[in-house]
Design a protein around this ligand. Structure first.
Ligand code: PLP
Length: 391
């Protein structure tokens, strides 16, 4: 006789196996069935571990979160649907009307927008200050300041924050220090070791590394703050898809190798561009304004981002991009392939040219996210593109 269950929709459990898969299985299930109301009660009350509903958590998010936690030296981190949802979890999940927030003046574009537009709309005031100078951050602190959000290396100007100084200022003032570690990654910097209270990643970038997932991660050192972040992320629906988490975990397996290779090539590219007469910003070069700080802060890891400037305005910029054969002209970073971005028409297009000039950016400014190409072949492409730009 056939099992009566075969007439129902849901299948029996998967075939049992005494051996275990070496790759984390993909678990797309949105819901998890419990055996009884008592068991469900135990789960909700924390007496038993288990999943209930994917927005609240699922095995692939948990597996990815634990790996990033270990890299950052933190516990209980939360995987979110994007880097910006991790930023939103912090800014919207922890601040209330009347609070004040300090941000680095060159944060990621959407983080800046949230500081300038969205927080003020809900009655949270904001001040932007340069994180290269801890005194500027200290001067911005008010009695109602709730948190400080900075990135260790700014985009695309690659200025290096005085993180140790800012951590001291935050501690003295009893203000949460939040560090977006996307550019620097735990390979170069573990913000929690320097006194950061909350760490954020756009996992989309170097950690996942293949430009095929959009994800974020956030963790707070204080378990109570961490729980507030988790509850807000779940309530606001900021949580991540199992497939994205699964892909990111696969990407993470090669992250240290990718990072080391990309930063080695980045150092060579920076020197090569400087030798051809372009103005170059790379924290690993002695002519970078915060080279010594970068060496101390990043332990000799200067990362994979290089910014350079060429003469000749938009016409030269167009010629450069058209001649940079095989290099994606795309505003992202941390991909296996080298990508090129042009701040004047992407990240910084909303700024008037005078304001861009104050940041040292012109129509001839480019940011390179160095990937895994053969270094010689990559330098050759840049050489040809520079020649094309100079006509
Ligand atoms: C890309 C980026 C973000 C946003 O991440 P998404 O995954 O694109 O939402 C935040 N901070 C920094 C520094 C970034 O580079």
């Amino acid at each position: 006789m056939r099992n009566s269950r075969t007439t129902l929709i849901r299948p029996e459990a998967l075939a049992e196996s005494v051996s275990t898969p070496v790759v984390a299985p993909l678990s797309p299930s949105v819901v998890y069935a419990s055996s009884s109301p008592d068991e469900l009660d135990d789960q909700y009350e924390g007496r038993a571990e288990g999943f209930t509903y994917a927005r609240e958590g699922h095995p692939n998010a948990a597996a990815l979160a634990r790996r990033i936690d270990a890299m950052e030296g933190m516990t209980g981190g939360i995987v979110t649907g994007s880097g910006m949802s991790a930023v939103a979890a912090v800014l919207l999940g922890l601040c209330k009307t009347g609070d004040h927030v300090i941000g680095g003046d060159q944060l990621y574009g959407r983080s800046l927008r949230m500081m300038k537009e969205d927080l003020p709309r809900i009655g949270v005031t904001t001040t932007l200050a340069t994180p290269t100078d801890a005194a500027a951050i200290r001067a911005a602190i008010r009695p109602e300041t709730r948190l400080i959000l900075v990135e260790a290396v700014s985009n695309p100007t690659l200025r290096v924050a005085d993180l140790e100084g800012i951590a001291k200022v935050a501690k003295e003032a009893g203000v949460l220090l939040v560090v977006d570690n996307t550019f620097t990654t735990p390979r170069a910097l573990r913000p929690v070791d320097l006194g950061a209270d909350i760490v954020i990643h756009s996992v989309t970038k170097l950690l996942a590394g293949h430009s095929d997932v959009t994800l974020g991660w956030v963790a707070a050192k204080d378990p109570e703050v961490n729980t507030r972040l988790r509850v807000f992320a779940v309530t606001a629906g900021l949580t991540a898809s199992p497939f994205d988490c699964w892909l990111a975990e696969r990407g993470l397996a090669t992250f240290p190798l990718r990072f080391d290779r990309a930063q080695e090539t980045a150092a060579r590219l920076a020197d090569f561009l400087a030798e051809t007469g372009a103005r170059v910003l790379y924290p690993g070069r002695a002519d970078h304004p915060e080279h010594d700080r970068a060496r101390a802060l990043l332990g000799g890891n200067y990362c994979n981002m290089v910014t350079f400037h060429i003469e000749g305005g938009r016409a030269a910029a167009n010629a450069f991009v058209r001649a940079a054969d095989g290099i994606a002209f795309a505003p992202t970073l941390g991909d296996v392939g080298t990508t090129l971005s042009h701040p004047a028409t992407s990240s910084h297009r909303a700024l008037p040219p005078e304001d861009r000039a104050k940041l040292g950016l012109s129509e001839g400014s480019f940011r390179v996210s160095v990937g895994l190409e053969e270094p010689e072949a990559l330098l050759a492409v840049f050489g040809r593109a520079l020649a094309a730009a100079r006509g």
